[in-house]
Unconditional design. Structure first.
Length: 313
């Protein structure tokens, strides 16, 4: 298999369905628009967004059933390189519904199927046998009932092979991987970071300190905290800065965080500084908000917004 500098891993992939309804009321028979389908799951979306931004990444994920086959076909249609690991459980579906009355979006996220011990071994084996990548992006929610040693084994194997690891997850999974340390980047949002700490973050200074402590302890080289409409906070050993998000028409938030991470990884892979990479990431995340349904950021929107951010910094 061809070597790729960037590899993404999605342990709970999804087939995303997006549709619209004229109104949203209980008990009514709601007539939906023609649905659109897209590949889903954190790492898969990162690989898709990298492709849309002119880069290249290999998406690795478990997939099963007819929904898993549909997911594969959609990735082929987008020309996204991938390796799917066959599993017994059907790939989950997630549903995004836009209420046309007020343009509010409702996101129904179904749980991922557990991976059997044999399927977990297949994931680890696939990572071992792929050509070593420079960057491994572990992104998205985790399947239920993963054993406590699975993520540490995964991370330690990747690091032993010289792969720099980037994590976009939450809860115990994020905590476990930070405890191993040596990560290149984590990208939590404010709620995910608070949940990991087990306490509310009281304000900007507290947030800065939490991120700086993670870097100083060697748990990660960089922290990028997504702050939604307020942009993002970037913290490294040398930098602590807030990056504003440009104001744009909001159509859908699906995939905004994945677009942000994809753009940031792509820039770092090309040798850009953390500050440049973070601004390009915020531009891509903002660009994704301008698109409908599960569509990710467009290159032309990302470049235009990045130009604005670079000029205003």
């Amino acid at each position: 298999m061809t070597a790729h500098r960037i590899l993404t891993l999605t342990l709970s992939p999804a087939l995303d369905l997006a549709t619209c309804v004229p109104h949203l009321r209980p008990h009514d028979k709601l007539r939906c628009s023609t649905p659109s389908y897209a590949p889903g799951g954190g790492g898969i979306n990162v690989a898709r967004a990298i492709r849309r931004l002119g880069g290249d990444a290999l998406a690795l994920f478990p997939a099963g059933g007819s929904t898993g086959e549909h997911l594969r076909e959609l990735l082929k249609a987008e020309d996204v390189p991938f390796q799917a690991i066959a599993v017994s459980g059907w790939t989950r579906e997630c549903i995004n519904i836009t209420n046309l009355t007020d343009r509010q979006q409702y996101r129904f996220v179904l749980p991922g199927n557990p991976l059997s011990s044999q399927e977990q071994t297949a994931v680890l084996s696939a990572l071992e046998h792929l050509p070593t990548a420079d960057f491994l992006v572990i992104s998205g929610s985790m399947p239920e009932a993963l054993p406590a040693d699975f993520l540490p084994r995964l991370l330690e194997n990747a690091q032993r092979r010289g792969c720099r690891c980037i994590v976009d997850s939450s809860g115990s999974a994020l905590r476990q991987m930070l405890d191993i340390g040596g990560l290149l980047l984590i990208k939590p949002n404010l709620d995910e970071l608070s949940a990991m700490l087990g306490e509310a973050i009281s304000g900007p200074e507290h947030l800065n300190q939490v991120a700086q402590d993670l870097v100083a302890a060697g748990r990660t080289e960089a922290v990028l905290v997504s702050l939604g409409a307020q942009g993002a906070l970037l913290v490294t050993a040398e930098v602590c800065e807030r990056i504003p998000a440009p104001t744009v028409p909001r159509r859908s938030t699906v995939g905004a965080g994945d677009s942000l991470l994809a753009a940031m990884v792509l820039k770092r892979a090309s040798g850009a500084s953390w500050s440049v990479a973070a601004r390009y990431g915020v531009a891509a995340g903002t660009a994704a908000i301008m698109t409908d349904g599960s569509e990710l950021s467009r290159l032309e929107d990302t470049e235009r917004l990045y130009g604005w951010l670079a000029a205003s910094s």
